[in-house]
Design a protein around this ligand. Structure first.
Ligand code: NAG
Length: 222
């Protein structure tokens, strides 16, 4: 039995790795079309920081539970009612059965929860990037805030909801203004605790906080 579990562990780690590794592949294809390789690498680089912010804000659940919005979820806010077909295939990738998990007949182990969190975090950042053009120019702590807001409100999080001034201030790197504008959104009003820590990260901003690796990557820009 122990051997089976560790074999599954290896398979799942491999899946998580592949989900990160897929980024340069996508980026390479994009590069031939227009040169976004740097952006995609940075977004993947910020996945761990975003994951830890999500973990600060959401509990881990081994079995299905109901979220505030009434959707069924498992793990770390992994929304089973959002984009069901994709979720179904992601669950089978981590050797779980969507229907059984949904009905509470199957629960997940730590490795499965972590693998789903990695996939979900990546999806949140990719979705946020569709609404926030300057996302990939941000350092990981600020990018993580966008991932966190996106993850907490699902699809179209940044469309409407009074985020426009906030997004503009972040793009202009006016951190004080950005924090104040975030505070004024209805999201902040509805997610008070989450808002406090995210606001603190925005007030800190990105000034001089880029890791050396990213600076190097950016300097290689043609
Ligand atoms: C944030 O918003 C709340 C309520 O909307 C307000 O009471 C508070 O003073 C604001 N804080 C800052 C720092 O602007």
């Amino acid at each position: 039995m122990a051997r089976v579990v560790s074999f599954r562990g290896v398979v799942l780690c491999w899946i998580v790795l592949v989900s990160f590794m897929a980024t340069p592949a996508v980026a390479a294809r994009k590069l031939s079309k227009g040169g976004h390789v740097i952006s995609f690498a940075i977004r993947a680089w910020c996945i761990p920081r975003t994951e830890s912010l999500l973990l600060e804000h959401e509990d881990r659940h081994e079995c299905v539970y109901s979220m505030k919005n009434g959707d069924r979820a498992v793990g770390v806010g992994y929304d089973l009612d959002d984009d069901k077909e994709t979720r179904r295939s992601e669950l089978s990738t981590v050797l779980a059965d969507y229907d059984k998990v949904y009905k509470g007949l199957q629960c997940l182990n730590t490795v499965q929860i972590s693998a789903l969190l990695a996939l979900d975090t990546r999806r949140a950042l990719d979705r946020a990037a569709k609404s926030v053009k300057a996302l990939d120019e941000q350092c990981c702590s600020v990018m993580a805030v966008f991932g966190d807001i996106q993850h907490s409100s699902g699809k179209d999080a940044f469309e409407g909801n009074g985020f426009q001034d906030f997004i503009e201030a972040v793009s202009a790197k006016e951190w004080k203004k950005a924090g104040d504008k975030l505070n004024e959104t209805s999201w902040c009003n509805d997610n008070k605790e989450r808002c406090v820590s995210n606001k603190a990260l925005i007030y800190q901003g990105c000034g001089g906080m880029k890791p050396a690796v990213i600076t190097q990557v950016i300097n290689q820009k043609p």
